[in-house]
Design a protein around this ligand. Structure first.
Ligand code: HEM
Length: 720
């Protein structure tokens, strides 16, 4: 028989407890000094998952105060058991992502081209959930990895869920889904060592790419600044594949989907991306969260490229080849509605983590084409989601369930939440009206487009897919000089991380088929001892494809500072008139301001008012902002000049081609940051409050790219 515990070990809840105050919080401390907070007033009582009220959540049940833990402590066991099983497998690709709710509103009826219910009535609003993601990195990887961004949209239409599972790049690496495991294996961390994480700058990736010429068009996109977007809000999205619209008469029109950001396109530069990853690895998710919380709801327009069989037959490339675009100048993008994100998730796991997008989720009026990449995707998503979410019933999770009525005969399985009611779980049945369940509908039901298909069963890639370089060249020549240089720099950076010379050389041999200047830049950048011969091409590069200005980020900027963020460095004595004028000019523009100060508690301004800081100087480097203003007092600037973080603030803003507003007192900072001799038109003197609006006008260009091009920057006098 167990020995009886001593009386003081049987101390009941309440004995030896003291009420104490921790600043604003009244708490109770108990015998061991541990803190208790108890339910009062509106605060609910903590319970187990079975609903049993809990008396003490700080101590497990022990035999004696210093004795072993009792197995009968069901609360303790339940708590640990549940915690032990909190993780589910992360997505095999696109593991890191961030989602938000909103709606899609179409401008006009599209009933002539599709019978899809959501496009029938002008101004119809359809609820949506959108998840943005990176591809290669694991769930905890940084946001500013150089990577393709996923742009997946789930539209909860009245005739079922339609998912446009797209990316921020309109083409893909490979043409046939059978190569997807290979490209992803090659891109992710190398299997023996488990690194590098979230980057393609390693041998395996470039080894695969340099042996896969079909990826060369995509290589141009991923080495451009498209893969280091400033914000999800400033990115385009693309459905990539050619789909079909089908109208009520059964007529098919080919369609490619585009999302066009209302705030225009914007990316960061590579050196900035690397630093953002250190300063704020959650930069993109924080940006989206903050914008929505502030009521500055991001918007995109849905654009359609519509074309018929005739165009498809005439077009230079195969419309089933996902490594090709149709230039917007050839088939214009018709804007048919807007996507607005206006609600953050309430629970990241329940919504962003558990959402399951799938290319096969389409609705009547929309259909697939034979794009072999799309056909493979249609299998892969459902298959992987069964593993990831653990049950075929993941469609019961609210984020995945349709918002229209649905009736199925599927039943049971792990975690079944909504088994069909009634006696019949099969059809046909004769329980009509007595629980017999739903029936098919030839009128309303999804009808596949009756495309004519025939041919021998072969494992052969179509010859119409064989041109690998022409559109890569077209992309390259469509960029501004700055953007072309960024592509060359990115390739040089990545290939400089590749250990094997033969892989670097192989890549340059492909670049020769894209553009001689690009190949030469790389050969110089990598210091190849000799230029290789151009890779043998399945088809020669066409040089007659015209430039497509729609492919440039710089040419598609917003000409506005709306939605952007200014970092303002202040110290005690900051000129309050200039600060206020800057604040109101930014507000008028629709931009935000963040005060960066030597201490988080804030500063005392010249008029005696107190200015709260949002960041301490080392927590708010200039890489987090689109432009900066330097408003220290004279004494403040002298003190900051000895602060490494303040020097970096200025030096980085300069080297990332940002617009810099400043008052004269900031001059010592320029000297310490090494930019005194390089002040150009991107430096705007704020001598009086009215200068602020000219500063914001300059900021509308987003970056002072001329600084990059200027080999010998023009000197400007302070305040000029
Ligand atoms: C045009 C090419 C492709 C695009 C645009 C694309 C896009 C995406 C996006 C946006 C996601 C993330 C969805 C989310 O946020 O939950 C995703 C996930 C995924 N993709 Fe793709 N993908 C492409 C090609 C492929 C191919 C060819 C395959 C396989 C054959 C594939 C397999 C997967 C898998 C397995 C996931 C994880 C899904 C999950 O766990 O929920 N993707 N893809």
């Amino acid at each position: 028989m167990a020995k009886k515990s001593k009386t003081n070990d049987r101390r009941q809840h309440g004995n030896g407890r003291k009420n104490v105050r921790y600043a604003d919080q009244d708490v109770i401390i108990s015998t061991g000094g541990e803190v208790h907070q108890t339910a009062r007033g509106e605060t609910p009582v903590l319970t187990t998952q079975q609903g049993i009220p809990i008396s003490d959540d700080q101590n497990s049940l022990k035999i004696g105060t210093r004795g072993p833990t009792a197995l009968e402590d069901f609360h303790f066991r339940e708590k640990l058991f549940h915690f032990d099983h909190e993780r589910i497998p992360e997505r095999v690709v696109h593991a890191r992502g961030f989602g938000a709710h909103g709606y899609f509103e179409n401008y006009e009826s599209l009933s002539d081209i599709t019978k899809a219910d959501l496009f029938q009535r002008p101004k119809e609003k359809t609820p949506v959930f959108v998840r943005f993601s990176t591809v290669a990195g694991n769930k905890g990887s940084p946001d500013l990895a150089r990577d393709v961004r996923g742009f997946a949209v789930k539209l909860y239409t009245k005739e079922g869920n339609w998912d446009i599972v797209g990316n921020n790049i309109p083409v893909f690496f490979i043409q046939d889904a059978i190569k997807f495991p290979d490209i992803i294996h090659a891109a992710k961390q190398e299997p023996d060592r488990g690194f590098p994480q979230a980057q393609t700058a390693h041998d395996n990736f470039w080894d695969f790419i340099s042996l896969t010429p079909e990826s060369m068009h995509m290589v141009m996109w991923i080495m451009s600044d498209r893969t280091i977007p400033r914000s999800f809000r400033f990115m385009e999205g693309f459905g990539v594949h050619t789909f079909r619209f089908v109208n009520a008469e059964g007529k098919s029109t080919f369609v490619k989907f585009h999302w066009k950001p209302k705030l225009g396109l914007q990316s960061v530069v590579w050196n900035e991306a690397v630093k953002i990853n250190g300063a704020d690895p959650d930069f993109h998710r924080r940006d989206l969260w903050n914008a929505i919380q502030m009521g500055d709801y991001p918007e995109w327009e849905l654009g359609l490229q519509l074309f018929d069989d005739n165009f498809a037959d005439r077009f230079d490339f195969d419309v089933l080849d996902a490594t090709k675009i149709i230039p917007e100048e050839q088939v214009p993008v018709k804007r048919v509605g807007r996507l607005v994100l206006d609600r953050c998730v309430e629970n990241f796991f329940a919504e962003t983590e558990q959402v399951a997008f799938c290319t096969q989720n389409i609705v009547p009026g929309i259909d697939f084409t034979n794009d072999p990449l799309l056909q493979g995707r249609n299998f892969s998503y459902l298959d992987t989601q069964l593993k990831r979410l653990g049950s075929p019933n993941f469609t019961h999770i609210p984020i995945n369930a349709p918002k229209c009525p649905f009736h199925v005969f599927q039943q049971d399985g792990h975690m079944a939440m909504m088994n069909p009611k009634g006696r019949a779980n099969y059809e046909p049945n004769s329980w009509n009206g007595q629980g017999g369940g739903p029936r098919e509908s030839p009128e309303k039901g999804f009808q596949s487009y009756s495309a004519e298909e025939d041919g021998a069963k072969v494992r052969i890639r179509s010859e119409t897919f064989a041109d690998h370089y022409s559109q890569a060249r077209q992309f390259y020549i469509s960029q501004t000089e700055t953007e072309q240089n960024h592509i060359a720099e990115a390739l040089t950076f990545e290939l400089s991380k590749v250990e094997r010379l033969e892989i670097r050389t192989r890549m340059v041999s492909h670049l020769l088929n894209i553009h001689p200047k690009l190949a030469k830049d790389l050969a110089d950048g990598l210091r190849l001892k000799e230029m290789p011969k151009a890779a043998d091409a399945a088809k020669p590069t066409r040089e007659d494809l015209k430039k497509s200005p729609a492919l440039s980020i710089v040419l598609n900027g917003p000409q506005s500072f709306k939605g952007r963020k200014m970092g303002v460095l202040v110290t005690d004595g900051v000129d309050s008139a200039i600060l206020q004028s800057l604040q109101s000019a930014l507000k008028k523009e629709g931009a935000t301001i963040e005060i960066v100060a030597p201490k988080i508690g804030g500063v005392k301004a010249s008029d005696g008012s107190w200015i709260e800081a949002a960041q301490r100087i080392d927590g708010g480097p200039s890489v987090l902002y689109d432009a900066v203003a330097l408003l220290p007092s004279k004494d403040g600037a002298t003190a900051l000049a000895n602060n490494a973080a303040a020097r970096d603030f200025v030096a980085d803003a300069f080297s990332h081609r940002k617009f810099i507003g400043y008052i004269d007192a900031a001059t010592p900072l320029f000297a310490k940051a090494g930019v005194s001799d390089n002040r150009d038109e991107g430096f705007i003197a704020l001598k009086k409050p009215t200068d602020c609006s000219a500063f914001i006008t300059a900021c509308r260009q987003l970056r002072h790219w001329a600084r990059e091009a200027n080999k010998a920057p023009r000197r400007l006098n302070v305040g000029a």
